[in-house]
Design a protein around this ligand. Structure first.
Ligand code: ADP
Ligand code: ADP
Length: 220
């Protein structure tokens, strides 16, 4: 059964057709790579799934329901959309505590997710001095706060150093192996081909290929 279901989304920004019949599903236990050039509609699709943008047509469901109908969204879907969205004056830990409390989650979970993303030692530093890679890690920590069965990460590898990229691949793998549905976007196929089980390749607001990675591997 599909955990994320995107069906016939259309979305126009002025003259730009950002989504032009976007349809695909994301299954539990898999890393689904969402690949396509900049401007293909990946972020907009994720924003529509999260109810941050309204589609002109079509619908998106998470666990069979619209995201906006979920009463404790963080425990259903973890999302990393914009790693710049940390308040510079706040420490990483306070940022996460604030998020956790706003969703009725236990503060203890904050230290667990900081550990999970390798940020325990920076937990009490202000986010203003963080590198993009560190902000990405905090964004992932935030996405994991509610221990959600669904994760959506928009270009999570951006700003990570080579070591961070290897770490991220391992994290995505283990999250999927725990049974979660993981949707991860990139404009680079090479970032996802080793990690993803399934690829949804998009261009100009629609899907141009939807395939298991195993089916892509041919024997000479
Ligand atoms: P991707 O994530 O694949 O890079 P986006 O979803 O960000 O693609 O963008 C798809 C298209 O929609 C692009 O042409 C982008 O400029 C446009 N777009 C996205 N958001 C907006 C917005 N808020 N206003 C106007 N145009 C937008
Ligand atoms: P990404 O690179 O992850 O696709 P963008 O940098 O394209 O993200 O977009 C960041 C934010 O700016 C999003 O909220 C998006 O909706 C908005 N946006 C993107 N393109 C445009 C645009 N042409 N005009 C106005 N807002 C845009």
């Amino acid at each position: 059964q599909a955990t994320i279901e995107v069906n016939g989304l259309r979305k126009r920004f002025g003259r730009t057709m950002a989504l032009d019949g976007m349809s695909f599903t994301v299954s539990p236990g898999q890393v689904t790579g969402f690949v396509g050039p900049n401007g293909a509609g990946k972020s907009t699709t994720m924003r529509v799934i999260l109810g941050l943008d309204a589609a002109d047509e079509g619908h998106a469901l998470v666990g069979g329901r619209p995201y906006t109908s979920l009463r404790t969204p963080l425990s259903h879907v973890g999302a990393l959309l914009d790693a710049g969205a940390l308040q510079p004056g706040r420490t990483a830990r306070n940022h996460l505590l604030w998020l956790a409390h706003s969703q009725g989650l236990h503060g203890r979970r904050v230290d667990e997710v900081l550990e999970l993303v390798g940020m325990s030692s920076a937990a009490r530093r202000r986010a203003g001095g963080f590198s993009l890679g560190m902000r990405q890690r905090i964004g992932i920590a935030a996405a994991l706060l509610g221990d959600p069965p669904v994760l959506m990460l928009d270009e999570p590898v951006n700003g990570l150093d080579p070591e961070g990229i290897v770490w991220m691949r391992g994290l995505l793998r283990s999250l999927a192996d725990e049974g979660r549905a993981v949707l991860v976007s990139s404009h680079l196929m090479s970032e996802l081909e080793d990690t993803a089980d399934h690829l949804v390749v998009v261009g100009r607001g629609r899907v141009i290929a939807d395939t298991g990675v195993a089916e892509l591997i041919t024997t000479a």
